[in-house]
Design a binder for this molecule. Structure first.
Ligand code: BES
Ligand code: ZN
Ligand code: ZN
Length: 464
């Protein structure tokens, strides 16, 4: 499917957006009324004889345009038109590009006979190409990086395991001119990463720490992006119930998101140095598995009492965050993780929870979320929840002693591994709900959503 920006329409069909109060003045009002179409948000009506697809929108807000475009593109992909056009403006072109690329996204790698769409060409029709060209190109890069993240989240745990994740990162590094360092278990042992190593011990795959770097000539700022890359989370000996284990291939979504982010930034050629650190590990069971009651010595020297092997993401991140802080002196340190089911309980499935000490960064991120159409919300730390991580035999316990506030206590656990000088630079993103969906919403379809890529691309574009 090709998307091009143009000033003329010569396509098989034109898409048009319409609000409720615009129906009566439409030249097609009679047919639309006969069809029972009342321009509800996300409702559509084909007027085949007029070569039109009419899409209802509540108003011209980008969130509504993106959602309506997603509905339109799905209908168009199963129709028989070869070329279609959408009207675009400078304001709504990113939303329309996202609706087309992300709303029309399909993952067919495991289908033996994937359906083929007839739709080949999509024209975005504007008045002045020059005025929209760069916004158009940026939107394509960001949407495609988001689709790239989805592609890897959707891969099976057999296909995407820690070593093959490292290979994938190497491939991206080669294609996009990034520096790439991979540490296997021998090197992780030399680094004294006892916390991360314990999680991967029962897996037949070697755990990997992946570091990629995009280094532009005149970087204005440096950012480190850390991703939880659990290529499978069975829960370990604190085994998940059967129904909770299904979808746990998505526990690598934080790692997939940071790869999408560095792909976007390197293609946008932003003046920001981006370092990606991924802990790629598989949490399995077996005679060699780490156990509840173990005490682990993390890279930082802090000891951790394991009380639940299913709270493994924080154990991996503790060591990767510590390593990242020693390797790069960054202005911003963000981590992305499908860390807790509790985050979904707190915020619902659509919203990413963000935690950290800097209100300034949280505020900027909130703005970027609004610009990009992702949903984020802050979850506040407090000293009472912090106490719940106390251990009787080690420096800290890997789970809270109480059942409430689990997303925040997980964030507070990570806070223990953030060095004093980085406290105001660090933000933790819990994407447990937002990274994966089994029911379509907005421009998201079944599977990985690519959560994080759009909001961080906007944030990094805004850095001065
Ligand atoms: N990967 C899970 C969190 C998760 C759950 C992500 C559902 C996406 C959907 C994480 O490793 C986990 O199992 N967390 C436990 C923590 C608990 C043992 C303190 C959880 O959320 O139940
Ligand atoms: Zn787990
Ligand atoms: Zn997990």
């Amino acid at each position: 499917m090709k998307i091009n920006l143009t000033t003329t329409t010569q396509t098989d069909l034109n898409v048009t957006f319409i609000e409720k109060n615009e129906i009566e003045n439409s030249p097609h009002s009679k047919v639309l009324n006969n069809a029972g179409f009342s321009a509800e948000q996300d409702s559509i009506c084909f007027l085949h004889e007029s070569a039109l697809l009419v899409c209802g929108v509540e108003d011209s807000e980008n969130d509504n345009i993106r959602s309506a475009t997603s509905v339109a593109i799905k209908a168009l992909k199963s129709a028989n038109y070869k070329s279609v056009s959408f009207p675009v403006t400078k304001e709504n072109i990113p939303a329309i590009v996202e609706g087309i690329i992300l709303g029309g996204y399909e993952f067919n790698n495991y289908k033996s006979k994937p359906k083929k769409s007839k739709l080949k060409n999509i024209s975005l029709v504007c008045e002045n190409i020059m005025e929209l060209q760069s916004t158009f190109e940026e939107a394509i890069i960001i949407a495609e990086a988001t689709a790239y993240t989805r592609d890897i989240v959707n891969m099976t745990p057999e296909d995407l395991n820690p070593p093959s994740f490292a290979d994938l990162a190497k491939k991206l590094a080669k294609e996009n001119g990034l520096e790439c360092t991979i540490l296997g278990e021998k090197k992780l042992a030399k680094e004294k990463m006892g916390s991360m190593l314990a999680v991967g011990r029962a897996s037949r795959h070697d755990s990997k720490l992946i570091h990629l770097c995009y280094k532009p000539a005149n970087a204005k700022k440096i950012i480190s992006l850390v991703g939880k890359g659990l290529t499978y989370d069975s829960g370990g000996l604190s085994l998940k119930p059967a129904t909770s284990m299904v979808t746990m291939k998505m526990d690598k979504a934080g790692a997939c998101a940071v790869l999408g982010m560095i792909k976007a930034v390197s293609e946008l050629k932003l003046d920001v140095e981006v370092n990606v650190f991924i802990g790629a590990v598989e949490n399995m069971i077996g005679g060699d598995a780490y156990k509840p009651d173990d005490v682990l010595v993390s890279r930082s020297g802090k000891t951790i009492e394991v009380r639940n092997t299913d709270a493994e993401g924080r154990l991996v991140l503790a060591d990767v965050l510590d390593y990242a802080q020693d390797k790069v002196e960054a202005d911003y340190l963000f981590d992305f993780a499908t860390l807790t089911g509790a985050c979904m309980v707190a915020l619902g499935q659509y919203t990413t929870g963000i935690m950290g000490h800097s209100n300034k960064i949280k505020h900027a991120l909130y703005k970027s979320a609004n610009n990009s159409g992702e949903l984020i919300a802050p979850l506040p730390f407090n000293k009472h929840l912090k106490k719940q991580l106390k251990s009787n035999i080690a420096d800290i316990s890997n789970i809270s002693s109480k059942p409430y506030g689990g997303a925040i206590t997980a964030g507070l656990f990570l806070d223990n591994f953030i060095k004093e000088e980085n406290k105001e630079r660090w933000i933790h993103f819990d994407i447990a709900g937002s990274a994966y969906t089994e029911t379509p919403w907005d421009c998201n379809v079944y599977g990985g959503t690519g959560a994080g890529v759009r909001v961080i691309s906007d944030f990094l574009k805004s850095l001065k």
